[in-house]
Ligand binder design. Structure first.
Ligand SMILES: [Zn+2]
Length: 372
């Protein structure tokens, strides 16, 4: 196991934790600020929408400002230092600007919807769970056609032999897909990946061009794993889990907004003075639910590996692909149990290998024969 990978992951974790803490700090200050200087009482819904927009914009801008140095350090400086990123500064900044704008737009929309529902619906939390669940489904459906093209230039795979091999694989897995596409990741980074993205008529295979440098059998394994997710209905399973969590999250938020009314004397739960508190509560609940979502994710990742091996029957390609991906992406092969449990959406490299190819584990864990 390389020390580089460990150092990189430690640093990344520290930057990520600092970013979360900074976000919490900004929202806590927002709670304090609205207690000292409450926003005016809205008479009509349109006034409420205006106040919510101003509050959300102020909080969002403050958060961006405070976390900007961490974003640059953790997203640009760190991966560049470890050879994972070679995208020029201006291109990187443009990508970040796009991502920030999308996040800001969606964040604003989310709070406008929440306050509109808080304004009109006694069971706002139930309505909010339904609306946000629908939004989640829509996001998954449009990801390959609207979101991915914003960050990668996607073209149909030119290599006919590989294209036919992967299409045949999808047929064997009984997962209908709309062609094989290639994204120009190599312009940004050496990291490799492949995915089957979208649902229904937007579902397609997308390979980063960095993955095309792998032997065909290994590319086939990566895509077989991805097809496994679709064969098992994992997109639906994750959407349903997230939907159930949305329901729980908004219900708890409803209770905590009522507490806020009692603590800070707001004019009801729809009072926009409660917005920073609501944002803080939702952030906290999201963080609290993450280990549960991650545990479920690791489970379906194991199942996707099982499916890929059952479909391809090629253990050597499995080991080759995992090793190559781990090296390219500078994976921490064996994080601590706690780290894996809290943060990992996939089982660690060592665990994935040990499950199917116990004897091919990396040198770090290879048992030395007893001497003498
Ligand atoms: Zn997977």
């Amino acid at each position: 196991m390389s020390d580089d990978a460990r150092t990189y992951h430690r640093a990344r974790l520290i930057f990520a934790a600092a970013t979360v803490l900074a976000g919490v700090g900004v929202l806590a200050l927002g709670v304090r600020a609205t207690a000292l200087l409450p926003p005016p009482a809205p008479r009509r819904w349109i006034d409420l929408a205006g106040i919510v927009a101003v509050e959300a914009a102020l909080l969002g801008a403050a958060r961006e400002l405070v976390t900007a140095p961490l974003t640059v350090a953790g997203g640009y400086w760190l991966p560049r230092r470890f050879g994972l990123l070679h995208q020029p500064w201006r291109r990187w900044l443009l990508d970040r600007a796009k991502a920030t704008l999308i996040r800001a737009g969606l964040g604003l929309l989310a709070f406008e919807i929440l306050y509109a529902l808080l304004w009109v619906a006694p069971l706002w939390w139930l309505a909010a769970a339904v609306v946000f669940f629908a939004g989640d489904v829509l996001r998954v459906a449009v990801a390959p056609i609207w979101l991915m093209p914003l960050f990668h230039h996607l073209t149909p795979l030119q290599d006919r032999t590989l294209s036919e091999r992967l299409t045949a694989l999808a047929e064997r897995a009984r997962v209908p897909v709309l062609g094989v596409w290639v994204g120009d990741q190599s312009r940004k980074s050496r990291t490799a990946n492949g995915t089957v993205t979208g649902i229904g008529r937007t579902r397609r295979m997308v390979l980063w061009d960095t993955l095309l440098r792998f032997p065909p059998a290994e590319i086939e394994f990566v895509l077989a794993h991805e097809l496994g997710h679709h064969a098992h209905g994992d997109v639906r399973r994750i959407l349903l889990l997230r939907g159930a969590l949305l329901l729980a999250k908004f219900w708890i938020a409803d209770r905590l907004l009522a507490l806020g009314v009692a603590w800070w004397g707001w004019r009801g739960i729809a009072d926009p003075a409660g917005l920073p508190w609501l944002a803080l509560v939702l952030l906290g609940l999201g963080l609290a639910a993450a280990p549960l979502v991650n545990a479920y994710s690791r489970r379906i990742e194991r199942q996707a590996d099982d499916f890929a091996l059952a479909t391809t029957g090629n253990v050597a390609a499995f080991v080759g692909a995992i090793e190559r991906l781990a090296a390219l992406n500078l994976a921490d092969r064996r994080p601590s149990r706690l780290e894996e449990w809290l943060l990992y959406t996939h089982p660690s490299i060592e665990r994935r290998l040990a499950r199917h190819a116990p004897r091919s584990r990396g040198p770090a864990t290879a048992e030395t024969p007893p001497s003498g």
